[in-house]
Design a protein around this ligand. Structure first.
Ligand code: NAD
Length: 250
């Protein structure tokens, strides 16, 4: 079963964006990292950079997830459920298939992967799970109805898992990133005007980075967060609290 002194992490959707960054940070923190992604080439490229284990799997496929965990060989001490997709559109026009896909990849997969990992963590004496939510889970926004609904479910599922799995020494928390200049949002922020407008709308006057998210994940994964479970940490420079500050005054 491998060297027990080296901790193992599994990061899903780690082939690019925030997942790749969190996989790199975890490796720097001494974890042996399973780099899981639907995109085999990207998983291999990231794993190659950090001496990790590439795992090509679809997080919605329970059998594929079991096989990936078997390949990892050791119960993960840390699981980061990061894989996600964004499909935008007004609810009036969203196809049912698209809505289902968004919920399947962003929410149902969190249950699939966390359950498979938590069973192994339980037998191994515990572990830590971090689920990626979004500020969309807290505040609805234009065209993001399916995504927001799925991410709200992620926060609720996080709390439920934390309550049920605490007795097995498994901590479960979520992170809700805000306007992040990486991953799925990168194309959007290529437009200099949007970058400036969005950055200025944030109380801290800048967009967030992949490092901002990865550093939060590393804190939640660490012993410094040993008594934190069932929490959602919003990492958004304060933007979700700013709505009343932006209302017209006259
Ligand atoms: N980037 C942002 O602005 C932002 C903001 C809030 C929340 N998030 C969340 O952070 C997470 C990472 O987002 P990102 O911006 O890095 O996105 P991204 O699109 O750059 O990366 C997502 C990764 O997940 C993988 N993936 C997608 N479906 C999969 C599946 N079924 N099985 C396995 N892998 C799959 C993709 O191949 C890709 O490598 C997502 O959950 C996203 O919703 C991102």
């Amino acid at each position: 079963m491998g060297d027990k002194t080296i901790k193992t992490a599994l990061v899903t959707g780690a082939g690019q964006g925030l997942g790749a960054s969190m996989a790199e940070h975890a490796a720097r923190h001494g974890f042996r990292v399973g780099v899981l992604d639907l995109d085999k080439n990207n998983a291999e490229a990231v794993a190659g950079r950090i001496d990790g284990i590439p795992l090509a799997a679809d997080v919605t496929d329970a059998d594929a997830v079991e096989a990936a965990l078997d390949t990892l060989g050791q119960a993960p001490d840390l699981l980061i459920n990061n894989a996600g997709i964004l499909r935008t559109g007004p609810l009036m026009e969203h196809s049912v298939d698209n809505f289902r896909l968004v919920v399947d990849v962003n929410l149902n997969s969190v249950f699939v992967v966390a359950q498979a990992a938590a069973r192994r963590m339980k037998d191994n004496g515990g572990g830590t799970i971090i689920n990626m939510a979004s500020i969309n889970a807290i505040n609805p926004s234009t065209l993001c109805g399916a995504y927001a609904t799925a991410k709200a479910g992620v926060i609720c599922l996080t709390r439920q898992m934390a309550m049920e799995w605490g007795e097995f020494k498994i901590r479960v928390n979520s992170i809700a990133p805000g306007f992040i200049d990486s991953g799925m949002s990168e194309p959007f922020y290529k437009d200099a005007r949007i970058r400036e407008l969005r950055g200025n709308a944030v109380p801290l006057k800048r967009l967030g980075s992949a490092d901002d998210i990865a550093e939060t994940a590393m804190f939640l994964a660490s012993d410094a967060a040993a008594y934190i479970s069932g929490e959602n940490i919003t990492v958004d420079g304060g933007v979700i609290h700013s709505v009343l500050m932006q209302l017209p005054r006259e």
